[in-house]
Design a protein around this ligand. Structure first.
Ligand code: SAH
Length: 243
């Protein structure tokens, strides 16, 4: 899905939601009844928080004000989907906090047409944000149940420029390499060499590196020929990247 298709679709959804929203959401597990416009309003408030936290990229803010984050979390979590906090998505995993999604996306500087590898598909939300920006996204998830769910959500929302695979992210995606950029959303203890190999020359990788159960360092790595340049951006706490 690209921006134009999405706006067409979401305008129609909003119109339908306005009329039938109460009925559409009435039999969900939510204790409150949420309509499409309620989520829209909460989403814009989330974007205001991102702006106040110095996210500047218009492309990132546009994507996050359009991608329906509530569709990527379990139904009982939907009322909280637009709070600036991580949320459980089942199987002990989490969808990252909106600020971290925005910060990582902005730091990677994705451009339309770029081929991007994500490690840790989780809910599929981060992949959707990159896809909305026009990137071709390849995302790997270790847990089959999450991989299937992410694929289903992305399909239903017509993000046809995302490919989900169930597998071990340490190996990367050899058949599709090299990538313009790589985003890792689970934390390994060391930078996986195979991922650097699958990055184009001049390409960037953003990755949280460090021990389990402690703060990790979010690193931005740029590949320069056979060397890499590393920058520490932010202390973060991610779920571990399982070996
Ligand atoms: N980007 C996700 C959030 C990721 S949470 C989102 O937008 O929702 C981190 C995810 O990494 C979890 O789903 C976890 O199962 C997955 N993961 C952990 N180790 C992995 C590995 N070695 N390969 C692929 N995925 C892994």
């Amino acid at each position: 899905m690209n921006r134009r298709q999405f706006f067409g679709g979401s305008a129609a959804l909003l119109a339908v939601g306005g009329i039938f929203g109460k009925y559409l959401f009435a039999d969900t597990a939510c204790s409150m009844e949420f309509m499409a416009q309620d989520f829209e309003k909460l989403r814009q408030e989330m974007v205001d928080v991102l702006k106040s936290r110095r996210i500047r990229s218009k492309a990132v803010l546009d994507a996050m004000s359009s991608v329906p984050r509530h569709m990527f979390v379990p139904q009982e979590m939907r009322p909280y989907a637009y709070q600036d906090s991580p949320l459980p998505i089942g199987l002990g995993q989490t969808i990252s906090q909106p600020y971290i999604v925005a910060f990582m996306t902005e730091s990677l500087e994705p451009k339309s047409g770029m081929k991007i590898l994500e490690i840790g598909a989780g809910s599929g939300y981060q992949a959707a944000v990159l896809a909305y920006m026009g990137c071709d996204v390849y995302t790997i998830e270790l847990l089959p149940e999450l991989a299937q769910r992410a694929e289903k959500t992305l399909d239903e929302l017509k993000f046809d420029n995302v490919t989900v695979r169930c597998g071990n992210g340490y190996l990367g995606w050899v058949e599709e390499a090299p990538f313009d950029a790589i985003m890792v959303t689970a934390a390994p203890e060391k930078i996986p060499e195979k991922l650097i190999e699958q990055l184009k020359d001049g390409g960037k990788m953003i990755i949280p590196v460090g021990p389990v159960n402690a703060l990790q360092s979010l690193k931005l790595i740029t590949k320069r020929g056979r060397r890499t340049v590393e920058r520490d951006l932010l202390p973060v706490r991610f779920v571990p990247m399982v070996e």
